[in-house]
Each structure stands twice: as C-alpha cells, then as structure tokens.
Design a protein around this ligand. Structure first.
Ligand code: HQG
Length: 180
C-alpha cells in the first residue's frame, strides 16, 4: 500500500472536496471510515484492496498528524478548504506561537494581517522549527513571525489546538505580529 498516496487522497476527500467522493462531513469534520474507503475505491481503482487497518496504519506511522480517528470515524486535523467551516473547540494558547512565510508575502501580511488565504484557518506552530519546516515548502529562506497569542487571546481572539503543537486561528491582526 502506498501510504503517501493514501494520505493525499484522504486529505483531498476530508479537507477539500468531500462532495467529489459523495461524502458528507459532520460539523466537526468526521466521517465513517468504511464510507470513506468505499468512496475512495469508487474514485481510484488502485485502492480496491484498501482496508480499515491500512488507514489506521497510515495514520499511526505518519509523522505529521494530518488525520485522526475516533471510534469508527476519521477526520482531517487541519488544512480544510471546504466552504462550511469545521467547528473546533477554542482553548487558551501558549504565550507565543509561530508562523513562517515568504519574504514576498510580508508587505501584504503587515497590511492585512495573517489570513487563512485558501484554507479555513491560519496555521500556527508552538515550535519555531516546525514553523520553519512549513515555511521551507515555499521558499529557501522563510521569514519567521512571532505571534503574541496570549495577548491576542486576552483581547478576545480564538485559538484552536489541533494535533502535534499545531494551532489554528481565524486571523491575526498586525498588532500581534513581530518578525524575529
Ligand atoms: C500566507 C501544510 C499574503 C501564509 C503545511 C502562507 C502546514 C499571506 C500562505 C499547513 C497572508 C498560505 C499550512 C496575507 C497569510 N498576504 N500572504 N495577508 N496571510 N499568507 O498552505 O501555513 O502538508 O494555507 O504565510 O506543512 O503555509 O498540507 O498555509 O505562506 O502544516 O499537511 O499564505 O499545510 O501541511 O499557505 O501551511 P497555506 P501554511 P500539509
């Protein structure tokens, strides 16, 4: 089983285009694993032998916790772009969170704030190096931004924890951003 390909097709179904797979997600993004498997098999015949244990193994061996399981259900932990926003419970964040981006994006970020762009939420990390890894997808020299998350939280901004030190939020205004 090609776990990399499996992870990508599951992310596509659960983050971006559930309707293509005839899937309906719950308000917080869950779907039954057996339904997901059936629908993936309809779209891509290379997954004809796909089983629940393949899906579980892909998730448990993946370094990046893109998907999570609860009973017989599965959901994407972050990265959604579907229209209806996935509901996640907000929580008090650490004092600072981090986001790495391209130099070219800075003028726009320092004019409009940190925005979700094509996704539902802005993606932040507890850890500077995790954040740099995200930034390195787009540029060899990412710029690291420190987000004054505790201050923003006190001012009423919601932060949503997901797996692995990742936090999501709706928008970070310039007031809470600092280049480091
Ligand atoms: C930038 C991948 C201009 C922002 C990664 C980023 C992560 C602005 C890009 C996860 C802006 C959005 C998320 C503004 C934000 N003007 N540019 N006002 N506000 N931006 O991919 O954080 O492999 O949606 O800096 O590894 O890069 O898919 O977010 O560069 O974990 O699991 O707009 O996606 O994970 O890009 O990455 P993204 P991200 P997976």
């Amino acid at each position: 089983m090609d776990f990399n390909k499996l992870s990508k097709v599951i992310s596509h179904a659960l983050r971006h285009q559930p309707s293509l797979y005839d899937l309906e997600l719950s308000k917080d993004g869950w779907v039954e694993i057996s339904l997901l498997i059936k629908s993936i098999q309809k779209v891509d015949s290379s997954f004809s032998t796909l089983s629940v244990s393949d899906v579980k193994k892909m998730i448990s061996t993946s370094k990046k916790k893109r998907h999570e399981l609860k009973g017989n259900k599965i959901r994407a932990t972050y990265g959604h772009s579907i229209q209806d926003k996935i509901i996640i419970k907000p929580f008090k964040p650490p004092k600072y969170l981090y986001h790495a981006t391209k130099q070219k994006s800075l003028p726009s970020i320092f004019e409009k704030g940190l925005l979700p762009m094509k996704r539902q939420y802005v993606h932040l990390s507890e850890n500077k190096s995790d954040s740099m890894t995200v930034g390195l997808r787009r540029t060899n020299e990412p710029i690291l931004l420190k987000v004054k998350s505790e201050e923003a939280f006190i001012d009423g901004v919601d932060f949503y924890p997901v797996e692995n030190g990742i936090w999501l939020c709706d928008k970070i205004t310039v007031k809470y951003l600092e280049i480091i």
